[in-house]
Write a protein that binds this ligand. Structure first.
Ligand SMILES: Cc1cc2nc3c(=O)[nH]c(=O)nc-3n(C[C@H](O)[C@H](O)[C@H](O)COP(=O)(O)OP(=O)(O)OC[C@H]3O[C@@H](n4cnc5c(N)ncnc54)[C@H](O)[C@@H]3O)c2cc1C
Length: 410
C-alpha cells in the first residue's frame, strides 16, 4: 500500500502497517504502552515519518477489535491516570464524539445531505470540480497538503495534527466544501468513523464549538513536522488566521435520550451477530452469553456514495473475519443484510452489540428481525456526559475508567 516518491524518501522511517487481526492490534498496544505516559504528553503533536510518538491504534479501536477499556487498562497498569492523562483523554475524545453523535443522529443525516449538495455543485461547477480533484490527488501546489493527501491514499492513516491542518487548508484556504473533505477522509482512512470524522471536520469548520474555527499556521506546521516543509513559502500560500471565518449552520439539535441496555436471553438457541462497530464480544461473554454460532455484518462501502478505497474494504472485511473465526463462528462475514437475515433464521434469538449512528446501524436496521442489543458499560458511563462540550466528559474520567473491569469482562 505504501510507495516511495520524493514525498516518501527511501531513508525515512517506514509508514506503520495495519494487519487486520486483533493479535496485531494487541501487539501494537504492547509496544506502545511504555510511551503512553510523559513521552506521549510531550511529543504527541509531532507528525514525523513512521509516527513514532502516537499509538497508531485507531484502525483497531474504530472497529473495536481492541476496546477503549482494554487499551486504557493496559496503559493504567503501567502508569498512574495522572501520568497517562493526555493519552487517556484522547481515548475519551473518541467516546465523546461517539456519544455526541449517538445523541444527535440528525447531524449525521445533515452531513449526508450536505455531501449530496456539494456533489451536485461539483457536477455543474467546473472550477470547483477541478479544485476538488486536485485536492484529492495531492496536486494543489501546497506541499504539505499534497503530501498528506498522498500519504492518506497510500497508507490509510494520518496523524491527528495532519488531519487538523489538512481539514483547515481544505476548507479555509482552498475553500472547498467541508463535506467533500470529510468524504475524502472516510473513503481512505482505515479508522474512518462517522462520529469522529464528521464531528472533527465540523469542529475545524467552527460548526461544533460554534464560531470557534481552526486555522492551520505555516510556522506550526513547520515546527511539528520537523521542518520537512518550507514554512516561508507555505506562509504565503495559507490563508492567515485573521482571514479564516467559522462556517455557519443550523443550531445543534437537542440530545435524544440515552439508549437502554438490554438483558441477554435466558434460553433458546442464540446467534451472535458481530459488526464493524464492535468486533470484540468480551462483555457479552462475561455476561454469560452462550452463542451457538457467530456471523458479522460490515458496511465499509456505505461510508460514501463514491468508491471507497480497496484498503478500507479489505481491512474491514479481514478484521471482521478474524473476529468471527476467534469465536469459532461459521456464519457469514458480509455486507449483505439479506445473507445475515437468512443466517438468523436458524436461531431463537440474535444478540448483537449496540450499533451507534452510522452506515452500519442503517444497514442493520434493514434486517427485519428483532435483535437484542446490549450496551457496553463504557458507553453507558460515557454517553450521558456527551450533551455539551468535551470538558464535561473529561471530568468524569475516573467514573468511566471504573467501568473497565465490567466492560472487559474481567
Ligand atoms: C479532521 C479530522 C478527522 C478525523 N477523523 C477520524 C476518524 O475518522 N476516525 C478516528 O478514529 N479518528 C479521527 N480523528 C481523530 C484523530 O485524528 C485520530 O483518532 C488519531 O489521529 C488516530 O491516531 P492514533 O491511533 O495514533 O492516535 P493516538 O494519539 O495514539 O490516540 C489513541 C486513540 O485515541 C482516539 N483519539 C485520539 N485523538 C482523537 C481525537 N482527536 N478524536 C477522537 N478520537 C481520538 C483514537 O481512537 C486513537 O486511536 C480525526 C481528527 C480530525 C482532526
Amino acid at each position: 500500500m505504501t510507495r516511495q516518491t520524493d514525498l516518501f524518501p527511501a531513508d525515512a522511517a517506514p509508514a506503520p502497517t495495519f494487519t487486520p487481526t486483533r493479535e496485531a492490534g494487541l501487539d501494537r498496544l504492547r509496544r506502545f504502552v511504555p510511551q503512553a505516559g510523559r513521552a506521549y504528553a510531550d511529543m504527541r503533536n509531532h507528525d514525523l515519518p513512521g509516527h513514532p510518538h502516537v499509538s497508531t491504534l485507531s484502525p483497531w479501536l474504530r472497529h473495536r477489535a481492541l476496546t477503549e477499556a482494554e487499551v486504557c487498562a493496559a496503559v493504567t497498569e503501567r502508569f498512574s491516570p495522572a501520568t497517562a492523562e493526555k493519552f487517556l483523554q484522547e481515548v475519551l475524545w473518541r467516546s465523546y464524539f461517539k456519544g455526541w453523535l449517538e445523541r444527535r443522529p440528525g447531524v449525521w443525516t445533515e452531513y449526508q445531505q450536505g455531501l449530496k449538495a456539494a456533489r451536485n455543485r461539483i457536477a455543474t461547477e467546473g472550477g470547483l470540480r477541478s479544485g476538488w480533484e486536485d485536492a484529492c490527488a495531492g496536486r494543489t501546489g501546497i506541499e504539505p497538503f499534497d503530501h498528506w493527501a498522498q500519504e492518506l491514499a497510500a497508507t490509510g492513516y494520518l496523524h491527528n495534527h495532519a488531519r487538523m491542518w489538512f481539514a483547515s487548508i481544505w476548507m479555509h484556504t482552498l475553500r472547498l466544501p467541508w463535506e467533500l473533505g470529510a468524504d475524502f477522509f472516510l473513503r481512505h482512512l482505515l479508522d474512518g468513523d462517522p462520529a469522529s470524522n464528521t464531528l472533527s471536520w465540523r469542529w475545524v469548520a467552527g460548526l461544533h464549538t460554534r464560531g470557534k474555527t481552526y486555522a492551520a499556521r505555516a510556522s506550526n506546521i513547520a515546527k511539528y513536522t520537523g521542518d520537512r516543509f518550507d514554512g516561508w513559502t507555505l506562509g504565503h500560500k495559507l490563508r492567515s488566521a485573521g482571514e479564516v471565518e467559522a462556517l455557519d449552520g443550523p443550531a445543534h439539535p437537542a440530545p435524544r435520550d440515552m439508549p437502554g441496555d438490554q438483558a441477554l436471553p435466558t434460553g433458546g438457541r442464540i446467534g451472535l451477530l458481530l459488526h464493524e462497530d464492535d468486533l470484540h464480544p468480551d462483555y457479552l461473554l462475561a455476561r454469560g452469553l452462550e452463542a451457538a454460532d457467530c456471523a458479522a455484518l460490515i458496511a465499509p462501502t456505505d461510508r460514501s456514495p463514491l468508491a471507497v478505497a480497496r484498503h478500507v474494504t479489505d481491512f474491514t472485511f479481514a478484521l471482521a473475519q478474524d473476529a468471527v473465526t476467534r469465536q469459532g463462528g461459521t456464519g457469514p462475514v458480509t455486507d449483505d443484510p439479506d445473507q445475515i437475515a437468512a443466517w438468523a433464521e436458524g436461531f431463537d434469538h440474535i444478540v448483537t452489540p449496540y450499533a451507534p449512528t452510522g452506515p452500519l446501524a442503517t444497514k442493520l436496521a434493514r434486517i427485519d428481525r428483532p435483535m437484542i442489543r446490549p450496551l457496553r458499560d463504557w458507553d453507558a458511563a460515557a454517553w450521558p456526559h456527551t450533551t455539551g462540550g468535551f470538558f464535561k466528559l473529561k471530568t468524569k474520567m475516573a467514573d468511566i475508567l471504573a467501568t473497565v473491569p465490567q466492560d472487559m469482562g474481567a
